[in-house]
Design a protein around this ligand. Structure first.
Ligand code: NAD
Length: 260
């Protein structure tokens, strides 16, 4: 499904990002994996190469804090050096939580979550589109089902709210609004931009949830299970592929039907 795609995945070392990287590789994409630690990414890169022995996959790994504009600029420079091209699929999966009820939330924790989840997603999308626009001199996007696909990880929490997550909910609601706006601004270049809204997914981000709370949550999910990273990866595969060539500005819930 992803032949001729070069996919950048931020937060690619763990959880949802890692699962997307593996599924994209299986479907023929070359990869640029970005995260805070290169060691973990290099291990993942070896794992993916081993899982796909029958095919030569080009994987580059990049240390990048998405909330720092200089890091994001260096990321795109080093991608160009490694692959001699610009990613035509970008998945913004880098994200953090710093939970606390609103009355006790520190300004520092509010800013940190907004900077990584919201500003980081903005910076990566902005640089990706700038690079894609430069290539327009040599490419005719109207000849392709999709010139590029940007996929942003938002959350059902941004839509419905969740106690203890004012910062996170605000960041993810922001990502949704940003996604719809980017889609309107760049649709004419045949670049699509969509948001995925996961429910509760079993990853290192959520493994601190106590068992009794987890069981309570599962009972409230119509499909009666916690989501797996692969559930999100399948949707990210569809959104990256030309099968979704007429979908842009969408925010798609992938939550087993969970609505708070
Ligand atoms: P995770 O913690 O397993 O992975 C997040 C990755 O982002 C980590 O590898 C981390 O190192 C990286 N990261 C954090 N800050 C970064 C920064 N400043 N720059 C670059 N990389 C950074 O989490 P996950 O569950 O896989 O979450 C992936 C995305 O999905 C996040 O945006 C998250 O908010 C969103 N999401 C997750 C859930 C869930 O239940 N797990 C639900 C809704 C939305």
């Amino acid at each position: 499904m992803l032949a001729n795609k070069l996919a950048l995945i931020t937060g690619g070392a763990s959880g949802i990002g890692k699962s997307i990287a593996k599924l994209y590789a299986k479907n023929g994409a070359n990869l640029c994996l970005a995260d805070l630690s290169r060691d973990t990414l290099n291990k993942l890169s070896e794992e993916i190469q081993t899982e796909n022995k029958d095919r030569q996959i080009r994987i580059s790994t990049h240390t990048c804090d998405v909330s720092i504009s200089g890091d994001v600029e260096n990321l795109f420079k080093s991608i160009r050096e490694s692959h001699e091209s610009t990613p035509n699929v970008v998945v913004n999966s880098a994200g953090i939580t710093r939970d606390q009820v609103m009355l006790k939330m520190s300004e520092k924790d509010f800013d940190k979550v907004i900077n990584v989840n919201l500003k980081g997603t903005f910076l990566v999308n902005q640089l990706a589109v700038r690079c894609l626009m430069e290539n327009l001199k040599t490419t005719d996007p109207s000849k392709m089902p999709t010139y590029a696909s940007l996929i942003n990880l938002a959350s059902v929490v941004g839509k419905y709210g969740n106690i203890g997550q004012t910062n996170y909910a605000a960041s993810k609601a922001g990502v949704e609004g940003m996604t719809k706006t980017i889609a309107k601004e760049i649709g004419k270049f045949n670049i699509r931009c969509n948001a995925i809204l996961p429910g509760l997914i079993e990853t290192p981000m959520t493994n601190h949830v106590p068992e009794n709370i987890l069981q309570k949550i599962i009972k409230s999910v119509p499909l009666r299970r916690i989501g797996q990273p692969q559930d999100i990866a399948q949707l990210a595969l569809f959104l990256a592929s030309d099968s979704s060539s007429y979908i842009t500005g969408a925010s798609i819930e992938c939550s087993g039907g969970m609505a708070f």
